[in-house]
Design a protein around this ligand. Structure first.
Ligand code: SF4
Ligand code: SF4
Length: 422
């Protein structure tokens, strides 16, 4: 800012300053001169200090919509507070190496990455993106929290986030595997987490077969996308998975990759690009693919289904990161017999299921509370069939359903409905 503009901006302070005593004037002058040094100390850090400061000085304008804050019910969990602690950890005002400060380090991971803060922030900050830069420094100092280390070990040992290679469970779950012959039209990229929902995978395979498209699943050779490592900010591990997935996708010859997990879509595209890996094949979520096929008349849902009380839970990664709030609705609208009600907070304003990001590893109780909050919002519609399109949402919402409702409420993937209607 030019000196003239600075003087103009702060001229209201002049009458106050002229009346202040000499000691106060001296302190103010010293602080003004050392402002840069005090707030931006020299150091070899990756943290986005400038924007952490901007966020921590904000009156927390997005706080009312932060899922972890609502779940915890304490200001410590607010976005601006997280930014403030991130800043203090970065510049050493809080020493992250001291055991008594572990709680502050953990706070950097108690974020569901749902980015409600970004929706309301006048600067369009995503606090999770700011926290990721703080995590980069913590990891560089060897301070990755212990509860995250087994996730990375699993990735290195089993190529998935689980302690066993979850893709190989396809045999016991009777999921058909289609290995590529190098000449596919579509590569159906199943998420590690979706392997926990074999009925959804089977539904997607069944729908793909009905389209007549030449596709593969390659479950004998599949590895995780590396998204969990990216969230934890182990970027070396993420790069390893990026390179393996790049090879695998190239080997299929596919013109299109469709995934049932929005986290995989985001990782294979934007997250890989941010670490210098470009997947040349187009990658989209499977709901977008199916919605397009319905629009083009390539598949037509004809069978009437009897699901009268049904509501939609938009996965935050689809609604806010992939910017798609129409595909799920287009698929459901095309299925005869459905009575769909919308929750008050839907589409771009959806609240998280609690299972996104690193929060469920850092504090499972907190994530479960956030999930229960979302389940209550969905219940307000009067519906007891919750439809979504993300394995983590399915997992999170199930954690959020209380004992009395367990028999009554069903969490479904949109594909489970579509396949019944074809
Ligand atoms: S994310 Fe934006 S609105 Fe929220 S506290 Fe930070 S600066 Fe303020
Ligand atoms: S990403 Fe979500 S949980 Fe994290 S600070 Fe923003 S609103 Fe809160």
């Amino acid at each position: 800012m030019a000196i003239f503009e600075t003087l103009k901006k702060y001229k209201w302070m002049l009458p106050i300053l002229t009346k202040a005593d000499r000691r106060i004037k001296a302190i103010l002058l010293k602080n003004a001169m050392n402002k840069k040094k005090n707030f931006h100390p020299d150091g070899d850090y990756k943290a986005d200090v400038k924007n952490l400061i901007n966020c921590m000085l904000c009156p927390n304008m997005c706080r009312f919509d932060c899922g972890t804050l609502q779940a915890a019910g304490t200001e410590v969990m607010s976005p601006a507070y997280k930014a403030r602690i991130g800043y203090y950890l970065t510049v050493g005002k809080i020493d992250p190496t001291k055991p008594e400060n572990k709680e502050f380090v953990d706070l950097m991971y108690k974020c569901t990455s749902e980015e409600n803060c970004k929706v309301w922030c006048p600067f369009e900050f995503s606090v999770v993106s700011l926290l990721e830069t703080v995590r980069d420094d913590l990891n560089a100092k060897g301070l990755m929290p212990d509860y995250l280390k087994p996730r990375i070990e699993n990735l290195n040992n089993t190529n998935t986030i689980e302690d066993h290679n979850i893709f190989l469970t396809y045999m016991e779950n009777r999921i058909e595997n289609v290995e590529t012959d190098g000449n596919d039209e579509v590569f159906y990229y199943i998420g590690c987490e979706m392997m926990k929902f074999p009925e959804v995978v089977k539904a997607n395979i069944e729908i793909l077969k009905k389209t007549g498209v030449k596709f593969s699943t390659n479950l004998d050779n599949r590895v995780c996308c590396g998204g969990p490592a990216y969230n934890i900010r182990d970027l070396e591990t993420t790069k390893k998975f990026a390179s393996r997935n790049n090879e695998l996708i190239k080997n299929t010859g596919a013109k299109l990759v469709v995934s049932d997990c929005p986290g995989c879509v985001l990782t294979l595209t934007r997250r890989y690009e941010s670490i210098g890996v470009k997947i040349k094949t187009k990658v989209i979520h499977i709901v977008e693919y199916f919605a397009n096929l319905i629009k083009e008349g390539k598949i037509t849902p004809n069978n009437k289904l009897d699901y009268s009380k049904l509501t939609i839970h938009d996965p935050c990664l689809i609604a806010r990161n992939l910017n798609d709030t129409t595909s799920i609705r287009a698929i459901l609208k095309s299925i005869p017999g459905l009575e769909i009600s919308e929750p008050v907070l839907n589409k771009e304003s959806v609240h998280c299921c609690g299972w996104s990001g690193t929060a469920h590893w850092a504090d499972k109780e907190l994530s479960t509370k956030e999930a229960a909050n979302r389940v209550n919002e969905l219940k307000e519609t009067g519906a007891f069939n919750f439809v979504t399109a993300c394995p983590l949402c399915e997992l999170g919402l199930k954690y959020g359903i209380n004992e009395e409702d367990k028999e009554k409420i069903r969490v479904l993937d949109v594909s489970e409905l579509l396949v019944k209607s074809l």
